[in-house]
Ligand binder design. Sequence first.
Ligand code: NAP
Ligand code: NAG
Ligand code: NAG
Ligand code: NAG
Length: 303
Amino acid sequence: MALLVWLITGASAGIGAALVEEIVRRGDKVIAANRQVGQMADRASENVSLLDLDITSGPKVIASKVKEAWQIFGHIDVLVNNAGTFLFTPFEDTSDDEAERIFQTNVFGQLHLTRAILPFFRQRGSGTITFTGSNQLSGNMPSTTYYNMTKWTNSSLAESLRKEVSSLGIRCVAFECGGVATRLFEPREKDKIGKEDKSPIEAYVPGFTAASQDLGEWGMPPGDPAKVAKTMADVVKGEGMAVGRVWSSRIALGSDSLRWWKIKRQQEDVVMDRWEDVTLSTDRDDAVLSDKLDRFALIAGAE
Ligand SMILES: NC(=O)c1ccc[n+]([C@@H]2O[C@H](COP(=O)([O-])OP(=O)(O)OC[C@H]3O[C@@H](n4cnc5c(N)ncnc54)[C@H](OP(=O)(O)O)[C@@H]3O)[C@@H](O)[C@H]2O)c1
Ligand SMILES: *[C@@H]1O[C@H](CO)[C@@H](O)[C@H](O)[C@H]1NC(C)=O
Ligand SMILES: *[C@@H]1O[C@H](CO)[C@@H](O)[C@H](O)[C@H]1NC(C)=O
Ligand SMILES: *[C@@H]1O[C@H](CO)[C@@H](O)[C@H](O)[C@H]1NC(C)=O
């Protein structure tokens, strides 16, 4: 494939940093974006341009950053929505500020970026947008309530958006990662909201302690950031393992991701069957299901 220009958010660490290396190794060009990009000054080179971008800075700033980024190498082929944060607290113990913060980072930040780049991609008639989601449907853990809510939106967005823009030459994919050994789970000083003095609600302490133990017992996550990066690059470029494959709007990465997904699918059947008669009890007496329904279900479904 021709050489590509990539814009990657959250490029300072973990999956984003590994992807920058992988891309440069392939001879492509990358705009490596991060808040406090000064931290990664040593990474700049002929083919790596750094962009200071806090994805929570709102649609206006983000739109002007995208414009600036577009001019660096003359265009952009791939937007990698990757910056993200984790939050581990019981729902009621999470302050509105913390909730707002994780939604701004994990959801609105990438919505703003995606909206800002779409006019450029439309004009060129090509472009790829990726999201680093997590194993969707597979896990809604206690005390990761907020994180899990934000992660669902990724896969949902990739699936819907693709249906809107594929005829315009634009592709979308959500990579639904299992556990990857990065520093995602280390709290960042800059994400602290300052509720140190607030003690946790007593009633949630046992549940939170149990959830912490469960997370602790998972041990080292199976995902290798370098391999995740390599696979993402293969998918976007249609190289290596991705040669000749049909494009998918959601791709699970990691054996844990696939295993969780399979278990969850079985559970979904059990849960839906358990109340089936109740489910069927609310139709109007004279209701007739439209034969178009299956067609809508297919349109709304996975691709
Ligand atoms: N690791 C996993 O197990 C796993 C599983 C599923 C999905 N994911 C997803 O993969 C993505 C990458 O995470 P990772 O595992 O590589 O974690 P990571 O090592 O913590 O990297 C996260 C990156 O996002 C950046 N970031 C955070 N908030 C930002 C903001 N407001 N503006 C700009 N950049 C910001 C971080 O920058 P700083 O260095 O400035 O904090 C860092 O570069 C995330 O979206 C995560 O949810 C990870
Ligand atoms: C930058 O990319 C060009 C084109 O792929 C390549 O020829 C050159 O060696 C790269 N430079 C570095 C420093 O990697
Ligand atoms: C929910 O969070 C847990 C803990 O990090 C994670 O294993 C799981 O994949 C997440 N699920 C989703 C849908 O993000
Ligand atoms: C989606 O991807 C972004 C980029 O990785 C991440 O910050 C966020 O947590 C994910 N949320 C969604 C919307 O899945």
